[in-house]
Design a protein around this ligand. Sequence first.
Ligand SMILES: Nc1nc2c(ncn2[C@@H]2O[C@H](COP(=O)(O)OP(=O)(O)OP(=O)(O)O)[C@@H](O)[C@H]2O)c(=O)[nH]1
Ligand SMILES: [Mg+2]
Length: 428
Amino acid sequence: MRIGLVGKPNVGKSTMFSALTESLVEIANYPFTTIDPNVGVAWLPLPDSCACKELRSKKEGAGRLDAPSPDDPRLGSICVPNTGRCSNHTRLVPVTLIDVAGLVPGAHEGRGRGNQFLSDLARCDALIQVIDVSGSTDMEGNPVGSGGSAPIEEHKFLLEEIECWIIGILDAGWHRGTRRVQAEGDKALSNYILEQLTGIGAKERHVSQAISEVISKHPGAGPPWEWKSEHLSTLASSIRNDLFPISIAANKADRAVEGSLEELSLMVNEAGGSLVLTSAEAELALRRASIAGLISNNPGEPFFEITEKGKTDLTEKQEKALKSIAQSLEEWQGGGLIGLLSEVVFGKLSRRVAYPVQDETHWTDGDGNVLPDALLISEGTTAKGLAYEVHSDLGDGFIRAVDARSSRVIGADYEVQDGDIISIYSKT
Ligand SMILES: Nc1nc2c(ncn2[C@@H]2O[C@H](COP(=O)(O)OP(=O)(O)OP(=O)(O)O)[C@@H](O)[C@H]2O)c(=O)[nH]1
Ligand SMILES: [Mg+2]
């Protein structure tokens, strides 16, 4: 799972990256602070309890396990995650984030840092556009104090730039490529487009959907080698929408300009995306205080406790500032950065979780580790598809799978449901 952070310069992309991945990156109040992309992992809590909760209660019921002691550091969790961690049955799973250079209007013509770096986003499952809702920066990301660019303009230009980037990939050999239709028939058109766009992750269904959109929207478009820029634009827009669904972090919400978001919110909702108010800077402050051991706070939660260390080290002013940050985060609906990420992954992308295990009785791997993996899978993933997600050898040698809850054998075509625990039998 990969999610790209995009937007004009100086909106808080790197601040957001840093808060979510708990890593140090360069952050500054001027455009193009980031040039080479930052890549890191954010830990996303699963919306439902980890399956280890169910296992614990089964074991407790059978008298094979005592209730967790009050000083259990993991608050009852009994899984052994290969990646991430689990406490109080809240399981964290990895999501890769990519923070890229800012994009300015005209990037496809080489303005700013151009749009070459968009290829870093090519394999992303979704994008989050970070928008400055404080009006403190212009379209190029220059600090202007107030009266900066309108959020809706920031969004529209970003869509346009990504579409121009896609058109740029298609344009070069368009005439020659699409002429193949004359000799090879209609299929040659989708084949040509697919060849050009596989590098950015396009699949046949994206391409055929896009071609149908051009034909229905422009009935007089003529043969593809005569298509004009508006036809290619419809094509690119359809592909962009499918390939890179965009949600919005309405950032710098701590200094939001009243009434600047209604129009944008409507537009994003109509396109099926989400918009969440965020303050990356505020969340970063909480993360840093938590990492320094001054407060105890889980990512995404607006409340915290001051630790013993915090009680001695924090000044009254610092304590007040942290409390006011937490209060603001609570007031903005949507759960901040983690809430947005969760909405993108589980809402927009409809990801489900599956727990592959080797031993269907004990829900363990070969070494006895309980529920070692919690994988995010797409809707429609089959048992065999899940085997491939674990390892290509497991997929190639797939014999059958077993639903560990019911001990029933399931076939290769069974559609994996959210929360399924599945053991896979394979020749290898
Ligand atoms: N008030 C406020 N300022 C913020 C917030 N998030 C980031 N900033 C500030 O905005 C400025 C730009 O932050 P960056 O994270 O470097 O922005 P960027 O989008 O990565 O910028 P480029 O790499 O130049 O494209 C910094 O001064 C941050 O401290 C926020 O939520 N509220
Ligand atoms: Mg940056």
